[in-house]
Design a protein around this ligand. Structure first.
Ligand SMILES: [Zn+2]
Length: 171
């Protein structure tokens, strides 16, 4: 005689499951196969009767512990602009130069916060530190100011051209 009280029945099923999980799973699979049409009809009816609730649950984000995640009133880029802009730069550096933002900052500090070309301090007005990279391999080379980086690009990243220009200037 099966127990009528759903809680007692669930407890009984749990006990049976823990006695022999493989057997319990097989029993459940067999039950599902045998009563497939009935179960599907029941699920469909439940979905139809509780459409709003089912959809709300499907749309809700849940945390790892299964609780509904806290809803933010504003997008994270407005709530935490500094964190978000750092994150965006990190993604950009990883994809474009194959380095992390932290690696970029470490390289900049190792250069004494100065451009490798003009040797000016990056904190001087009008200076912007950029990641110089090989256009062919994509390899990060070093931190330059935006002026020197552009100069390199305009000279086709070609040392011969740059040397010729230096010689021309000095003659
Ligand atoms: Zn420079």
């Amino acid at each position: 005689m099966p127990t009528k009280d759903p809680r007692k029945r669930a407890a009984k099923q749990r006990r049976r499951y823990h006695r022999n999980p493989a057997k319990a799973r097989a029993r459940k699979a067999a039950y599902r196969t045998k009563n497939r049409a009935e179960i599907q009809a029941r699920d469909r009816k439940y979905h139809a009767d509780n459409r709003d609730e089912v959809n709300r649950r499907a749309r809700t984000r849940y945390t790892k512990k299964g609780r509904p995640a806290k809803q933010l009133n504003f997008p994270p880029n407005l709530l935490f602009p500094e964190v978000f802009s750092r994150h965006r730069r990190d993604v950009q550096y990883r994809t474009l130069y194959k380095i992390t933002l932290k690696e970029f900052e470490a390289a900049k500090a190792a250069q004494g916060n100065r451009c490798l070309g003009c040797r000016r301090d990056f904190d001087e007005p009008g200076m912007r530190a950029v990641a110089d990279h090989d256009r062919i391999t994509g390899e990060f080379r070093g931190v330059l100011c935006n002026h020197c980086n552009l100069a390199l690009g305009h000279a086709y990243e070609n040392p011969v051209v740059l040397r010729n220009i230096a010689t021309y200037l000095q003659s």
